[in-house]
Design a protein around this ligand. Structure first.
Ligand code: SF4
Length: 209
């Protein structure tokens, strides 16, 4: 059984698929150290046990052919049924995108596309080299304080620039917009890609989008 927090249809607000209609499956549970700025604290614990069949039925009923699997930390559910769900969706021709923190190693052979957003905690980006090699895209939250550590991390690990996305730090529309020129200029200079948080630009701090 998998530990579900919520499911809903929306638009993907972040990363390479920004603006794309999607069915979201958010699992409960995360891994210490937890991030003080986390915007999904409600998914840290609790949740409802559901079967793979239940989730496959929900995806089918939604009519969507693109599913975003997120959390909390969704890869905590791998052995509990997520591996089976990953394969089943792939076999049904449903496109899957994972959003992971990299705090759990990305499994070998995962079928969906993996967007890893490493967290900067205790002065370091919390992700191992194996997960870095398995992630399709790496999304870093950028601000004036973290930008040099991102550059150092990318150089140290030899990450291909077109796999690296910078997203302006900011929990509000005002903060996002204010930081966009800084991140834009840095992406131009370094050859990174730039991501926004479209749901925040559209709705500001409103929840349940
Ligand atoms: S890894 Fe993600 S879900 Fe977990 S505490 Fe950090 S921001 Fe929140």
């Amino acid at each position: 059984m998998l530990n579900l927090h919520e499911m809903f249809a929306s638009l993907q607000g972040e990363g390479p698929h920004t603006g794309r209609p999607a069915f979201f499956i958010r699992f409960s549970g995360c891994v210490a150290p937890l991030c003080p700025w986390c915007d999904t604290k409600g998914a840290w614990d609790g949740g409802t046990d559901v079967s793979v069949e239940h989730l496959l039925g929900a995806v089918k009923d939604s009519g969507h052919r693109f599913v975003v699997i997120t959390g909390g930390e969704p890869l905590l559910q791998w052995a509990a049924g997520l591996e089976t769900l990953d394969r089943a969706l792939f076999e049904r021709g449903v496109e899957v995108q994972y959003e992971t923190s990299g705090k759990v190693r990305i499994p070998e052979g995962i079928k969906g596309e993996v967007i890893c957003s490493p967290k900067y905690l205790s002065g370091a980006w919390q992700v191992d080299a194996v997960s870095l090699s398995r992630a399709h895209h790496l999304k870093f939250v950028a601000c004036e304080e973290t930008i040099s550590s991102i550059d150092d991390f990318v150089a140290t690990h030899g990450l291909e620039k077109d796999r690296v996305w910078l997203m302006p730090m900011g929990m509000t529309r005002e903060e996002q917009i204010a930081r966009m020129p800084f991140v834009w200029d840095h992406c131009v200079k370094k050859g990174y890609r730039m991501a926004s948080r479209l749901h925040i630009l559209a709705f500001d701090t409103k929840k349940g989008i």
